[in-house]
Design a protein around this ligand. Structure first.
Ligand code: C2O
Ligand code: CU
Ligand code: CU
Length: 553
């Protein structure tokens, strides 16, 4: 990888760029792939700038626009939501709100194409939730106003114009929407956690970077079918970033903001997976903390974790690492093409050993994407490091990880049972109940505002689909037909995973699997008829029509 980089940039230019980069902290050479941990720092939400923490007072204006030099990894232009608030400038602000607070924002579209914001996981009536029929054209604007009724938790926002969601999110439009309340703040206090210091939102996204370091979104037909995979993994916009830590407990709010890539995440030190506590997911705190050493995180999902580094010593490194798994792209079987569809994913190119060494710490890059002057695609199911935590300060930390969490209200369950099937259409294209998106029809009608049970079944010859519902949360009841790698993480007799406990808005359904979820359509009690969306959060799938309107009467 080093080699190919030198082919494009002479050593002297490289040295100069590094010098400038070191000064300004915004320019780095394009990484051929993830895994060269050097001086790149993890961009941590601060008081302004990219991912700055913004607690809106009064109405906020978010302008979707391209901003030059915005991408921390390479200094490339990216699309961002820019905002000004109390004299500070923000790009993709991390919005921090309190439960009960009103939220008011104006979206201004300074793109060359339609857009609209969706507040993913945030309770709001459908006209506030970024339904694609409300997408606004260039120079248009859209007004949002609703009260924050969510539980404390880690939500997010991103574009939702039909057919353009993947590209716009990929080019940079996405950030966090954090809701806090008294109980969450009490826990933070108890654990001495500070947002932006020891409580760190991390959005994980894979990108294809051109040799010039530009973001490349140019999906082939195969990519649209399977999802667009990148060659470089970014965390908060930086590749192979390092966070300097002290010997204490940290909270990481992990968001998979990739268009298609699924991660199998662990924290690894000296070749060993460290235990960590999962305390929350899509819809706030779990009923109780769950100790684990790894979790799957699909596009759209969040995992709120506590990692205790108090027993580590300065100088030690912990890697947030993707662990090997079967990415289960079985769709080829159905095509009767003997796995032809998988060919685009075949590992072809280089592989390299990560410096950390040890078994399984190998990353490899596949052989396609060359036509766009990008590097090879990084396989989904191989092991690769994502971020490095470098312990550099010893501190005395005596707080104990929590054994319980704030109460979680249990919604009613039962009601109408709805089978939902996910499959590939004969001539290609993913479907829900054999249908694809039609702006003007609502194939799912919820007639009674009470609980329902949805049995979401994925075909065997399929691929994993993270299924997301707007407006309401799921409670996962059961997983059946799960593949071995999922089954072995089950924490109860219903086959549920630690990440299924609590409230979910996006649930990963593996090939051959049925995930049964209950949904309480009486909460929130939105006024009047609602038109929400149910879709796959593999954003290529969504844009290709793996989405249905859900009418709630
Ligand atoms: Cu995060 Cu409808 O999406
Ligand atoms: Cu959503
Ligand atoms: Cu999908």
């Amino acid at each position: 990888m080093q080699q190919s980089r030198r082919d494009f940039i002479s050593l002297s230019t490289r040295a100069l760029m590094l010098a400038i980069g070191a000064d300004l902290g915004l320019f780095a050479l394009p990484q051929a792939a993830t895994g060269n941990f050097g001086s790149a720092r993890l961009p941590v939400p601060g008081r302004q700038g990219l991912f700055g923490l913004l607690t809106p007072e009064g109405k906020l204006t978010l302008t979707a626009a391209e901003v030059k030099g915005a991408l921390p990894a390479t200094g490339a232009p990216m699309l961002v939501y820019s905002a000004r608030h109390k004299g500070e400038a923000y790009l993709n602000p991390v919005l921090v709100l309190r439960k009960g607070q009103p939220f008011e924002a104006t979206l201004v579209n300074s793109l060359q194409e339609p857009t609209i914001i969706h507040w993913h996981g945030v309770d709001c009536p459908w006209k506030q939730a970024g339904h694609p029929s409300y997408a606004i054209g260039p120079n248009g604007s859209y007004e949002y106003s609703f009260p924050i009724t969510n539980r404390a938790g880690t939500y997010w926002y991103h574009p939702h114009p039909h057919g353009l969601t993947a590209k716009q999110a990929y080019m940079g439009l996405a950030s966090f929407f954090i809701v806090r309340d008294d109980e969450e703040e009490a826990l933070a206090k108890e654990l001495d956690l500070q947002l932006g210091e020891t409580d760190i939102p991390m959005v994980i996204q894979d990108k294809r970077l051109t040799h010039q370091g530009l973001l490349d979104y140019s999906p082939s037909r195969d990519d649209l079918m399977m999802g667009y995979l990148g060659d470089t993994i970014l965390v908060n916009g930086q590749s192979s970033p390092t966070l300097k830590t002290s010997t204490r407990l940290y909270r990481f709010r992990l968001l998979n903001g990739s268009t298609a890539r699924i991660y199998n995440l662990s924290f690894v030190a000296d070749g060993r997976q460290l235990p960590f506590l999962l305390i929350g997911n899509d819809g706030g705190f779990l009923p109780a903390p769950q100790q684990t050493d790894g979790l799957f995180l699909a596009p759209g999902e969040r995992a709120d974790v506590l990692l205790d580094m108090s027993s580590l010593a300065p100088g030690q490194e912990v890697f947030l690492q993707n662990m090997p798994f079967d990415s289960m792209h079985n769709e080829g079987d159905m095509m009767g093409m003997g796995g032809m569809m998988n060919m685009g994913h075949a590992v072809g190119g280089a592989s390299m050993n990560h410096a950390q060494g040890g078994e399984g710490h190998v990353m490899s890059a596949g052989g396609h994407g060359g036509g766009h002057g990008t590097h090879g695609v990084l396989e989904e199911g191989v092991s690769y490091p994502i971020a490095r935590l470098l312990v550099d300060r010893a501190v005395v930390y005596t707080r104990k990880p929590p054994t319980r969490l704030p109460d979680m209200p249990e919604p009613p369950s039962g009601g109408l049972e709805r089978p939902i099937s996910l499959a590939m259409r004969h001539m290609g294209g993913w479907t829900i109940n054999d249908l694809t998106f039609d702006m003007d029809s609502a194939p799912i009608v919820v007639n009674r505002r009470g609980p329902e049970i949805w049995h979401i079944s994925n075909a065997k010859a399929s691929m994993p689909h993270p299924m997301h519902l707007h407006g309401y949360f799921y409670r996962v009841q059961q997983r059946s037909g799960s593949p071995e790698q999922v089954k072995k993480r089950a924490v109860d007799a219903q086959g549920r995973l630690a990440t299924d406990l609590g409230y979910k808005d996006t649930v990963l359904v593996w090939p051959g699997e049925t995930v049964s979820v209950s949904i309480d359509f009486s909460r929130p009690q939105y006024p009047g008829e609602q038109l929400f969306l149910f879709h796959c959060h593999n954003l290529e799938h969504e844009d290709q029509g793996m989405m249905l309107n859900v009418r709630v009467v």
